[in-house]
Design a protein around this ligand. Structure first.
Ligand SMILES: [Zn+2]
Ligand SMILES: [Zn+2]
Length: 348
């Protein structure tokens, strides 16, 4: 496994990434599930070979382009990042110079925008029954998508929302309303719903809740799902065995449709199956277990998706788990541990 050093170019360099106007005939209209599937399959068909794109959520401290450098340092082939402070509703805009540096770094290191998945602010609750929180969240969703556009990114992941003291049905309607509003304001960027663990009044723990949101989104080419393994397990989806993973993916396909799956967050779970607690654990140290992640990184239905680790993985003794024999911070060695996947050996 070879990680790439900063400044070192991989063999082939793509042109600078830029946001292109979609050629989909469905750009502004409402689409049926069938036609969405065809469009997505057509796009997937353009990729050369099935491949796993494993990376991690990386820091933007010191400048947004630092996320690219951090990802290169650990040999990541995909990455997640925040697009601003998680503590404030009012955030300074991303300046042009920083955006250009980010795009140049992505192009230099051959990161495809499809393998970069920004994570939304935790302040947002696009399903809030409180009008002031809803309108602030709706505005923040527009701002997040606009940041994606500035950075040349094409998709954006966020936690759908929580009903608080209202009903899940009303919450789902508001989430879809916020997404439709954001789609009107900002062209092209795809909104990606993260599945939740079913804690409290959060929406998105069950696959049918995600589908209910998708059903209400007008442009179905611009909505997708990111499957968080910890959240799924905590919500009651048993992915810990090979058979369990197959069953859960079958159910996802039946209820939502695998063509909506845009990414996976790779996290183990501190809590047991169905505990409804959002408590990530390092891979192989939680209740899901290392074998499940071996199955996940060998699952063909997860080919060509970004698989993003969200736990630091720094406190695991080298003698334990999948990190045995690798530096503790060298998280993408997960793929090497799983064997048989040439994750880092090919230029893009
Ligand atoms: Zn999340
Ligand atoms: Zn996650």
């Amino acid at each position: 496994m070879a990680s790439h050093k900063r400044g070192e170019k991989r063999k082939k360099v793509k042109p600078k990434i830029k946001l292109e106007k979609t050629e989909d005939p469905t750009e502004s209209g409402e689409l049926s599930d069938d036609s969405v599937e065809k469009v997505v399959r057509k796009k997937k068909g353009k990729t050369k070979a099935p491949k796993k794109y494993i990376g991690a959520h990386v820091s933007i401290a010191g400048g947004i382009w630092k996320a690219v450098e951090a990802s290169v340092d650990i040999g990541g082939q995909s990455f997640g990042l925040f697009l601003g402070s998680q503590r404030s509703w009012q955030r300074p805009a991303i300046d042009k110079t920083a955006a250009v540096k980010f795009q140049q770094a992505c192009a230099q290191h051959c990161f495809d925008p499809a393998h970069i998945l920004p994570h939304g602010s935790y302040l947002m609750n696009c399903g809030s029954p409180k009008d002031d929180v809803f309108s602030k969240s709706q505005a923040m969703l527009v701002d997040e998508l606009s940041r994606c556009s500035v950075l040349g990114l094409t998709q954006f992941n966020f936690h759908p929302g929580a009903a608080i003291n209202s009903s899940k049905e009303k919450c789902i309607k508001r989430i879809a309303e916020a997404i439709n509003h954001a789609h009107k304001q900002i062209p092209a960027v795809c909104t990606v719903l993260e599945n939740m663990c079913g804690q409290g009044s959060t929406v998105g723990g069950q696959f049918d809740e995600l589908k209910s949101i998708i059903d209400r989104v007008r442009d179905k080419t611009r909505v997708g799902v990111c499957l968080d393994t910890c959240h799924a397990f905590a919500a009651g989806y048993d992915i810990s065995s090979a058979g369990g993973l197959k069953t859960v993916l079958d159910e996802f396909d039946q209820v939502v449709g695998l063509h909506y799956l845009r990414a996976v967050h790779l996290n183990d779970s501190k809590g047991k199956l169905g505990c409804h607690l959002d408590r990530h654990e390092d891979i192989g140290r939680g209740k899901i277990g290392i074998n499940a992640f071996r199955n996940i990184v060998n699952e063909p239905r997860l080919d060509n998706l970004p698989l993003i680790l969200e736990t630091p993985g720094r406190n695991v003794p080298e003698s334990e788990g999948w990190e045995r024999g690798h530096a503790a911070s060298d998280r993408p060695s997960l793929a090497a541990a799983a064997g048989s996947i040439p994750v880092f050996s090919e230029p893009c």
